[in-house]
Design a protein around this ligand. Sequence first.
Ligand code: ATP
Length: 350
Amino acid sequence: DSPPHPDRPAGAVRLEGLAKSFDGRVRAVDGVDLEIGEGEFFAMLGPSGSGKTTVLRMIAGFERPTAGRVLLGGVDVTALPPFDRDVNTVFQDYALFPHMTIEQNVGYGLMVRRVPKAERAERVRAALAMVRLEGFERRRPAQLSGGQRQRVALARALVNRPKVLLLDEPLGALDLKLRHEMQAELKRIQREVGITFVFVTHDQDEALTMSDRVAVFNAGRIEQVGSPAEVYEHPATAFVAGFVGTSNLLDGAAAEQVVGETGLFSVRPEKIRIAHPDDPAGPDELSATGRVAEVVYAGGHTRFLVDLEAGGRLTAVRQNLDEGSADVLRHRGTDVVLAWQRKHTVRVGP
Ligand code: ATP
């Protein structure tokens, strides 16, 4: 039981010992404890099959846990059906009704709940304004672009004013440019409505750039929960170090020679300075000699893959501040020294 963060009100969502097996087979979710605060933008990040969607579906009530409890606002809802929970879900495929207009799609949930017509119209109008789709009321889903359909799905999920909005890979169907636009839009909308957003993604950039906190899933369990900076700068395990950001590990002989300890260590590529073999390392720096194996020019930065004399390979990244700074000196085969602050060496395994 971890205490809630001091400046985060507790308890929008609380998961206790949550587990799920399908047909008595391998456990899709294998003991998840998690607390998500009110108004948080929370990401569940992990590779395909790690159990994120199953956790989301258990919060929504579409899936019954094999063990454990789901609490919403402090109330145990484990046995309640989806429509008795104060949550809504935005699915990746949007699940809009094709024969209904946008207005009818967004207002559907209010109609089912017998909200009076005038109030319904006003709330639909406000929801469409929120996602910037005024003027689209009479169209049908087929007459909208992918990004616009995504907005309709959001408006429809927000119109009931749920306490928690669940988003399952909400931007997965969009191309990269639209995806970036909608990332910013989702942030804006979440700020304006102040509802707790819990979203599932396998895209580390999306999780890091959008969320207040991230849970990193692996094989049905959470490996680490923290702010994007915590998870990136201080990965708790080798899995997190590799899944969030470029895996850059030192172990075995390299760990002993370079770090001076046995174990498994992570260092982020942009923390590493590439120097000439004659340049001395600073007093607080660790250093390793090696040879450049690959140079990967990526526009704004260049990645250098360096084979260490002590064994293993590290990636170092340099920003291309000047034209030509991709660096004629450090092409394949050049002997270099890699140096970085000792504090940037993070232990991720025994
Ligand atoms: P993705 O990003 O691919 O959606 P995920 O992390 O969301 O992956 P889940 O969809 O939660 O993962 O699936 C976790 C595991 O549970 C997988 O091995 C999957 O095959 C299995 N699983 C999910 N739903 C069912 C089901 N209805 N019946 C049987 N197995 C299932």
